[in-house]
Design a protein around this ligand. Structure first.
Ligand SMILES: Nc1nc2c(ncn2[C@@H]2O[C@H](COP(=O)(O)OP(=O)(O)OP(=O)(O)O)[C@@H](O)[C@H]2O)c(=O)[nH]1
Ligand SMILES: [Mg+2]
Length: 464
């Protein structure tokens, strides 16, 4: 969508959620914003001119019949000192669907048009106030489901990812300049471009950081969407009791009948600012009825897919084949062993157990008395954070679109690196570096195609 054609008109939308609330905000952006404000707003104290960045108290008037609709606050932000870099007017009125719709209708009658979802942010982007990574971070901020996700997106709004990408592109420009000079003056190549050194530079300063960004995508996913945490174990071990303890609610049915849980029961808790989607699963045992077998299959699938597994062992019963089977299927890297029912006497064979859980973190708990639960709540986030030391520093992490561009760029840079070392012609190397740099530019939106609005902004909410 070409930006020239859309930025000539003035857009308006209700920027607050629907429903009853203390206040509702109508936002207007574009060339006619101020003119519309003057027609529909009568300030309490007479003024000569609406000044930028001031809040005025007054009446909202329907110019059609001169009726007062509401007492409102109005502010005017003169271009380019506004969210969109255009003239922006915001009307804070009382909330309520009818009042806000009527106000919006008046604004439209006076010459604005209804904004599309995300169009205010889209204008901030097309007018050069923010780049694409910042625009996407605005959406993340709104949708964020965790404190860490919020922190990450607020840092991205300040432009951390944009700056890192631009830093990479600056380095590439330097490399390209030297390659091009060597193409033009081949006799000087050894001095201008020691191949081995240049290849090393590409590997360390370009391929390294790009790969780290790609890996960081998973971290972002965890923070934004939650760490999938599955509780698995044999029947009756106390899995449902543990879920209920962790979320502090009687969510999952607990009985002494083995095989009580059939479906996956899910609930989210936040630990150290990270959302954890805790899933209770059907207990695993061999040779039971058809329905239970389906449940067990699902449990095993979840164990495979999850980011983290709490593998539960019953302290009051000897280990059996089911325990062995579950532990054999558990990925040691992402599992914690939880020994439950320590309020009851042990019937576990210590040697057998030690052998089975070698190298894994083991915790002892009782969901009945609550013993060990606090410790478990500490260890769960530690397990996630230890795997990824960068995450503590909250370094920038790309979203799916940005990751795809990094992957494309990495492919180009890896080829350039190999070709350089193998002595291939420099114009081939230069082509890959240029393509890689273009892929990076897609991240910030500096070389983007026209359907950017549909791809990114249409997912925004109205009024943002
Ligand atoms: N003494 C004691 N009993 C417990 C403890 N945790 C759970 N139980 C009991 O063990 C039985 C099974 O608990 P659940 O939480 O339903 O076990 P589950 O692993 O979800 O069982 P399935 O869904 O059948 O696989 C219930 O009678 C619980 O009250 C514990 O720490 N100590
Ligand atoms: Mg259960």
């Amino acid at each position: 969508m070409p930006c020239e054609s859309i930025n000539n008109d003035t857009i308006a939308a209700v920027s607050t959620p629907h429903g009853k609330a203390g206040i509702g905000i109508i936002r207007i952006s574009g060339l006619r914003a101020k003119e519309i404000a003057k027609k529909i707003f009568r300030p309490r104290k007479p003024i000569l001119e609406l000044e930028s960045h001031r809040l005025y108290l007054g009446q909202l008037i329907d110019p059609a019949d001169g009726q007062m609709l509401d007492e409102v606050f109005l502010s005017y932000m003169k271009a380019p000192g506004s969210y969109t870099r255009e003239d922006v007017v915001e009307i804070n009125s009382h909330s309520g669907h009818v009042l806000l719709s009527k106000t919006l209708q008046i604004v439209i009658d006076e010459g604005a048009r209804l904004a599309r979802p995300g169009e205010f942010t889209f204008r901030a982007y097309t007018n050069g106030r923010i780049d694409l990574t910042q625009a996407e971070a605005v959406m993340d901020l709104i949708n964020s489901r965790s404190e860490r996700g919020l922190l990450l997106s607020s840092r991205q709004i300040r432009g951390e990812l944009r700056d890192s990408v631009r830093g990479l592109r600056d380095k590439l420009v330097g490399v390209l300049a030297r390659i091009e000079a060597s193409i033009d003056f081949p006799e000087d190549e050894p001095g201008l471009l020691p191949r081995e050194e240049t290849a090393e530079f590409i590997e360390r300063d370009i391929i390294g950081p790009v790969s780290r960004f790609i890996n960081a995508y998973n971290r972002r996913k965890m923070w934004m969407e939650g760490v999938e945490t599955v509780i698995v174990g044999r029947v009756n071990a106390g899995k449902s009791s543990l879920l209920n303890r962790l979320i502090n609610e009687e969510r999952s049915i607990v009985t002494s009948v083995p095989g009580t849980t059939r479906d996956i029961i899910e609930s989210t808790i936040h630990l150290k600012g990270i959302p954890f989607k805790i899933m209770d699963t059907a207990g695993i045992r061999e040779g039971k009825g058809r329905i239970e077998k389906i449940g067990i299959k699902r449990s095993e699938q979840k164990l495979e897919d999850a980011d983290l597994a709490l593998v539960m062992i019953d302290h009051s019963r000897p280990l059996n084949r089911d325990d062995h089977r579950i532990l054999a299927k558990s990925d040691r890297e992402k599992s914690l062993v939880v020994i439950n029912k320590i309020d009851l006497p042990s019937r576990l064979d210590e040697d057998e157990l030690n052998d089975l859980v070698k190298g894994m973190t083991v915790l002892q708990i009782s969901t009945l008395t609550g013993e060990g639960i606090e410790r478990l709540l500490d260890i769960i986030p530690e397990k996630v954070l230890e795997k990824d030391p960068d995450s503590i520093a909250l370094s920038p992490a790309p979203n799916l679109r940005q990751k795809a561009a990094f992957v494309k760029a990495l492919d180009n840079f890896t080829r350039a690196f190999t070709n350089l070392r193998q002595g291939l012609p420099l114009d081939i190397v230069a082509m890959d570096i240029r393509e890689g740099a273009d892929a990076l530019a897609e991240i910030t939106g500096e070389t983007t195609n026209e359907d950017i609005y549909d791809k990114i902004f249409s997912d925004f909410c109205l009024g943002k």
